[in-house]
Structures are given as C-alpha cells and as structure tokens.
Design a protein around this ligand. Structure first.
Ligand SMILES: Cc1ncc(COP(=O)(O)O)c(C=O)c1O
Length: 278
C-alpha cells in the first residue's frame, strides 16, 4: 500500500524502500476522460498486473469524490486488458457511501476487495481481504510449505472476530440500510447551507460522508489551519479530525439530527479560523 499511495508525507520516510508504480490522475470534475484515457493507454502499452483504487471517495487524499460511472469504466478497461481491479474499501465499506460497498454503485465486483474499519462497526481492529474464486484457487494449495505465512499476534483475534460477527448480525437483522439512507439525506440537507458560501469550497457528500474545504491560501494536508481546527472542535467536545483545510464529517450511524446540527454550527463558526484567506 505504501508504494501505491501518492508520494507525500505519509510515505516519505520509506522512500528508499518503495517500488515504482504507474499512477493515473484523479478523475476531478470535468477531467474524468483524462483519467480513463491515461489508464487505457497504460493498460494497452504495458502489462499492468492490477489497478488499485479507493472506490468513489479518496479518504486521506482529501475526501475527494468521483462518480460511479468512472469506476464502472475503469473496471471495463481493466477487464478488456486482463488487469485485475483491487478495491480498497477500508474506509468506504459497510454503508459509508450509501451502499454496503461503494463498488455496488458502479455495478461492479472487484477482483480483490480490502475491508476493515466498518467490519467490526469501527469498534475493534480487524481486516479482511476478499478475492474471486479464480484468485483464491490460484493461491490455494494443500502443500503447507506454500502457505502464505503472513501473520501477526492478533491475526483472527477471537474478540475482534466476535465483534465482526455481531456487526454482521446487526446488518442482517436490523434496518441498517434505512439508517444509512436517512443519515445520507440528513448530511446532504445540512451541509447544503454552505453551498455558495465563499468561506468554503467543494461542498460535497457521498452517502453518509460530508466534506468541504475551508478557503485558505495554504491548502493541503499540512495546511497551517489544520491543527487549529482540530483543537477548536475538541474544545467543543466534537471529535473532528480535519485533513489540513479539508473538514469532513463521518459520523457513526446512530448520530442524531440534533448532534449533527451541533457539528454543522461548529463548522460554521470554525470558518473564522481561516486567517490566510484564498
Ligand atoms: C482507504 C484506506 N485504506 C487502508 C487503510 C489502512 O487500513 P488498516 O489500518 O486496516 O491497515 C486506511 C486507514 O485509514 C484507509 O483509509
């Protein structure tokens, strides 16, 4: 993951250990075709083993969102060229983008899917990698010497597995999809107050995720306003962890309308922290 992530503060310390990968540009609004063309060119000209994407929303990259149609087209190109699609649904999975998995909105099934956070309802650390039968079978062997001996102290930790089973039980037995839909509607309605507000840019939602960028001169992950925003929210008893000048609200599915109002009122007030306005 380190090697395929955009080079920056997250992986700079490991730079000498990282291998080179090809990258394609983010499908920003109006530039989707450039992304598709760049992938089609690479997949045609080189033997690309796999395309790894965060479906619909890039999390730590700045809560950047792109349409499901782009994801569907990337999968179509990958299939045509014999390239596997790996969907990192660690952040987007379990209802975050409005559907259980973000890939569903593009009507695609990835060849490999990574899931974590929401697998235990965010309560305990657990991750799983899902693969198609073909990939599973290609790796399966009854020869124990061929086992993928990659493990850690807490692999298949029984308490984390019990939490995941309890979470799956809730998804099976309770109207979670309705809850996610109701929260998605609330997020869209409540963040709309900042549409056209010059203190903010890129007001956006994807299901239960809402984000907006505080207009500052020095934008990005290391934006000077980031730590001040975080302290501001914490002072008010709100756990909001901005990505630089990007404020995002990713509440638990049990959040109430009144609690969201408190959050949005604080976001409104927080805009005053931008001293170096764009
Ligand atoms: C999209 C995405 N992928 C992967 C990870 C890392 O997941 P884990 O800590 O389960 O390895 C994160 C963690 O924040 C993430 O947001």
């Amino acid at each position: 993951t380190m090697s395929v992530g955009a080079r920056g503060v997250f992986n700079a310390a490991y730079e000498p250990l990282l291998f080179e990968v090809d990258t394609i540009p983010f499908p920003a609004a109006g530039q989707e075709q450039q992304t598709l063309d760049a992938f089609a060119r690479l997949a045609r000209d080189r033997q690309v083993a796999a395309l790894i994407v965060e479906p619909l929303v890039l999390g730590a990259g700045g809560m950047l969102m792109y349409p499901a149609s782009v994801l569907a087209e990337l999968k179509r190109i990958a299939e045509r060229c014999g390239t596997l699609l790996i969907a990192d649904e660690v952040m987007t999975g379990w209802g975050r983008t409005g559907t259980m998995f973000a890939c569903e909105q593009a009507g695609i099934a990835p060849d490999i899917l990574c899931t974590s956070k929401g697998l235990t309802g965010g309560s305990l650390p657990l991750a799983a990698t899902l693969a198609t039968d073909a990939i599973f079978r290609a790796h399966y062997s009854s020869d124990r010497a061929k086992t993928f001996f990659h493990s850690s102290s807490y692999t298949a930790n029984p308490i984390a597995c019990a939490a995941a089973l309890a979470n799956v039980g809730i998804w099976n037995d309770e109207p979670v999809a309705d809850r996610v839909a109701a929260l998605s509607r609330m997020q869209a309605e409540k963040i709309a107050r900042f549409n056209g507000d010059s203190r903010f840019e890129n007001v956006r939602t994807a299901g239960t995720i809402a984000a907006l960028d505080l207009s500052v001169g020095n934008a990005g992950y290391l934006a000077e306003v980031g730590p001040r925003l975080r302290a501001f929210f914490l002072d008010r008893g709100l756990l909001v962890r901005p990505l630089g000048n990007v404020i995002y609200l990713l509440p638990p599915y049990c959040v109430t309308s009144g609690e969201l109002d408190r959050l949005y009122d604080a976001v409104d007030e927080a805009a005053g922290l931008a001293t170096d306005k764009r």
